[in-house]
Design a protein around this ligand. Structure first.
Ligand code: NAD
Ligand code: UD1
Length: 309
């Protein structure tokens, strides 16, 4: 078992590749299944003989079964992470974002693999709990195909837990940031867009007044929690928010970027995005109860690492 790999679906992406690095550093073997739609080979330490990349799709049940063979645990992160892409093409994204989960569950059952980490999202809450510290029991309101697929995936994982003894650890990520996050789409994470543009000396667009707040988590801190969930002897059922219970406004974010770069970026203000959540912040009591959360990386330090300073 010691040398059986941990399968990371979506392991060539932003969060998955950091998880791969952390697991390799802890002596685990890692197998990545990724279709390289947004993930990149260059995110992976492919010269490490303990890392294997299988290029392919989680919607392909036979391939998922092959990738699962001999694994001791799974981190299921593969998904089309862009909410807007799910709005534009619900049918295609459903294959990755829901059928992929079902294929992972089925192949785990077939191969007797029990432990699975699942990357769910704060998007399952929609606009509920806005302005409060959102806890896991806040009513769900999936407003997009992306959010609906995440919530459905959570329910299926719970079904496989009750029916087939799977051990899912479901995490609802709030706003994760850090190196390797792709800034290329207008709907990419705000920190990846702002830092890339500021570094290139390009103007930044703030949608709204810049007083909206988010609960930003540095990817390295998230990954420490995911590793614990993969290695734990025993897991309590139920989803866990991953946030810091800390509100940072876009103006504070811009100030942090300005401090790191030594000059304030040029900022234009535009109309707020339709349906934009004003304040999003996690109640993270369950996270702190169940996991050892590291001293959170301060935003300024995370931004500095992202900017290579
Ligand atoms: P990412 O796009 O960098 O990573 C997703 C990875 O999955 C990519 O490597 C991509 O190539 C791969 N992939 C996509 N569809 C696939 C498919 N059908 N088959 C195989 N591989 C496929 O994005 P990320 O930010 O690292 O997201 C990782 C997970 O975390 C996703 O499930 C995402 O929904 C979830 N999440 C992220 C955030 C965040 O703030 N970044 C917040 C909430 C949830
Ligand atoms: C994030 C998630 C989304 C999830 C939602 C639920 C990302 C990329 N998105 O959306 O999956 O549904 O949480 O909590 O992680 N902004 C600008 N200028 C820009 C880009 C963004 O002002 O160039 C603003 C947005 O209008 C928003 C804020 O920055 O007010 C954060 O945007 P973004 O990083 O896209 O994340 P969320 O909207 O919080």
């Amino acid at each position: 078992m010691a040398d059986s790999p941990i399968l990371i679906t979506g392991g060539a992406g932003f969060i998955g590749s950091h998880l791969a690095d952390a697991l390799l550093a802890r002596g685990h073997a890692v197998r990545v299944l990724d279709n390289l739609s947004t993930g990149k080979r260059s995110n992976l330490a492919l010269t490490n003989p303990r890392l294997e990349l299988i290029e392919g799709d989680v919607a392909d049940a036979a391939l998922v079964a092959r990738a699962m063979s001999g694994c001791k645990a799974v981190a299921h992160l593969a998904a089309v992470a862009s909410v807007q892409a799910s709005v534009d093409d619900p049918v295609a994204t459903h294959q990755s974002n829901f059928i992929g989960t079902l294929n992972v569950c089925e192949s785990m059952r077939e191969h007797g693999v029990k432990r699975v980490i699942f990357a769910s999202s704060a998007a399952v809450y929609g606009q509920n709990g806005e302005g409060m510290a959102i806890d896991e029991d806040t009513p769900k309101s999936p407003l997009t195909p992306y959010a609906a697929d995440k919530l459905a995936s959570e329910h299926y994982l719970d079904f496989y837990r009750r029916q087939h003894g799977l051990e899912p650890a479901v995490f609802r990520f709030f706003n994760i940031f850090g190196p390797r996050q792709d800034p290329s789409s207008p709907y990419s994470g705000v920190i990846s867009i702002f830092t890339e543009r500021a570094q290139a000396g390009l103007p930044i667009t703030v949608f709204g007044d810049g007083e909206q707040t988010r609960d930003f988590v540095y990817v390295g801190d998230l990954v420490q929690v995911l590793v614990q969930a993969l290695e734990a002897e025993w897991l309590e059922a139920g989803p866990v928010n991953v946030g810091l219970n800390r509100a940072t406004s876009l103006k504070q974010l811009l100030a942090a970027i300005g401090e790191v770069l030594g000059e304030m970026p040029t900022v234009n203000y535009a109309e707020a995005r339709a349906g934009d959540i004003r304040h999003s912040r996690a109640n993270n009591a369950r996270l702190l109860l169940r996991y050892e959360f590291p001293v959170a990386t301060p935003l300024r330090e995370g931004v500095a690492r992202l900017l290579g300073r």
